[in-house]
Ligand binder design. Structure first.
Ligand code: HEM
Length: 414
């Protein structure tokens, strides 16, 4: 109602009565969303029903990708997460010289490799880059000798490193993840966070972290070669140590700098920018590892806890140089889309650690096999020489998981 008296307007008693609880609820909500989780174990603890929850997560993943295919209407089965493909580039992967012994494990005991790097956005749909979303960077190191961890793909000569542009995940563990996917399967975006009528039980911390992952505080999409990416979950580094890892954009040449730039206004600005910038010049990242330190709050079973850099600084273990190149051909011929990254394409020295990583083993293998075989594509890993081709025959989604090393025909990329 307009203030017609001309004098200062006095608050009614009713507005005070309503205002105080609303203000208290806001204060409590902010406090609850920043409250730390209970301190978790430093080592691995497996939940008794993890296998059941894993099967549930795989099924809901297949449901999500089938729905996304129907929504897109182009007949293509895409990833149920990280479906938007900004491009993939060939890179030189050079291990840091004179690396200290605790870091000289697995691939880091070698010296020079080639790698494929795929950039993505996290959603199951290929949305505009202006829509809030996580960005992904996945590195596949080629020509890595040794038996790998993933059943059916033990002969693969690749080691993958998967990251997102946020230091922590928004879900703590497998049980919570299964709960989230249950709500997602029912088509409810917010049900997991605001479950039930009791606000004291709402998952406000997870909600805040989820907004962080979606970059809602950064409305303009930042160029991918200028973005930091994090493993968020933990991995072994040799027999004794656990680590988290990240990539940091760096200048390729001494004295150069990294352009920290926003991309164009277009719907596919991130991919367009990546293509244009790599056509003009190389782009570099340092791959860095952070060791778990005993006695500090660095759990492996809670991916929402950020390991403090003061407790353990990151150490550079390799340089990833995306070469100057035209990335359009491998985008156009489907090679990038058909790549499959999983933290379990790994040497035992880099074994993924913690519940969510354990679940990812079956989830990624099933989802990537399903989408690739349903598309009539190749199941398996690309050739070692850096050419955009696969070393296996097209597969059927109905057959058992094929051996990646099986039926090597050096078939071309899709
Ligand atoms: C916790 C840390 C996590 C990180 C850093 C991460 C990162 C990524 C990245 C970068 C990709 C895209 C890979 C590519 O370019 O092909 C990806 C794909 C995927 N992620 Fe995750 N993710 C995480 C957790 C999870 C969890 C907990 C699940 C489910 C249990 C999950 C399910 C998937 C699936 C199904 C794909 C698509 C796999 C395929 O079809 O190839 N992710 N993830």
């Amino acid at each position: 109602m307009p203030n017609v008296s001309g004098g200062p307007r006095r608050r009614s008693k009713a507005s005070w009565i309503l205002g105080i609880p609303i203000a208290a609820a806001v204060v409590w909500g902010v406090y609850a969303s920043y409250a730390p989780p209970p301190v978790g174990p430093m080592g691995e603890v497996m939940a008794p029903d993890e296998d059941v929850l894993t099967a549930q997560i795989v099924n809901s993943g297949i449901g999500i990708l089938r729905n996304a295919r129907l929504k897109n209407g182009d007949g293509v089965y895409r990833r149920d997460a990280h479906a938007k493909n900004h491009g993939c580039a060939l890179a030189d992967f050079s291990v840091t010289e004179r690396l200290e012994e605790p870091f000289r494990q697995g691939v880091f005991a070698g010296r020079k490799y080639q790698a494929w790097v795929r950039f993505s956005s996290g959603n199951e749909g290929a949305n505009s880059d202006w829509k809030p979303d996580a960005r992904g960077m996945a590195i596949k190191v080629l020509g890595v000798p040794g038996t790998k961890l993933l059943e059916g793909e033990q002969d693969a000569q690749t080691q993958d490193f998967l990251m997102i542009d946020n230091p922590v995940f928004f879900i703590r563990n497998v049980e919570e993840y299964a709960r989230l996917t249950k709500f997602q399967g029912e088509g409810s975006q917010f049900g997991y966070f605001f479950e039930g009528k009791n606000p004291f039980k709402w998952r406000l911390r997870e909600f805040r972290l989820g907004l962080g992952i979606l970059n809602v505080d950064m409305p303009l999409p930042k160029a991918l070669p200028a973005t930091e990416f994090h493993s968020m979950s933990a991995y072994k580094l040799g027999p004794r140590n656990n680590v988290k890892f990240m990539t940091k954009p760096v200048a390729c040449k001494a004295g150069g700098d990294v352009a920290s730039r926003w991309v164009s206004w277009s719907r596919n600005g991130l991919g367009d920018d990546l293509r244009d910038s790599l056509k003009a010049d190389a782009a570099c990242f340092d791959l860095m590892m952070q060791m778990q330190v005993p006695g500090k709050n660095m759990p492996v079973e809670d991916t929402t806890v950020r390991w403090s850099r003061n407790d353990s600084p990151f150490v550079t273990v390799a340089r990833v140089e995306l070469k100057k190149q035209d990335i359009k051909p491998q985008m156009d011929n489907g090679f990038c889309e058909n790549l499959s990254f999983t933290p379990w394409h790994a040497l035992p020295e880099h074994r993924p650690v913690g519940g969510l990583n354990r679940v990812r083993k079956a989830v990624y293998q099933n989802i990537s096999r399903y989408r690739r075989c349903m598309n009539g594509m190749f199941y398996g890993e690309p050739l070692n020489d850096g050419s955009p081709k696969f070393g296996s025959k097209p597969c059927s989604a109905l057959a058992p998981v094929p051996e990646a090393g099986e039926s090597k025909t050096a078939a071309g990329g899709s």
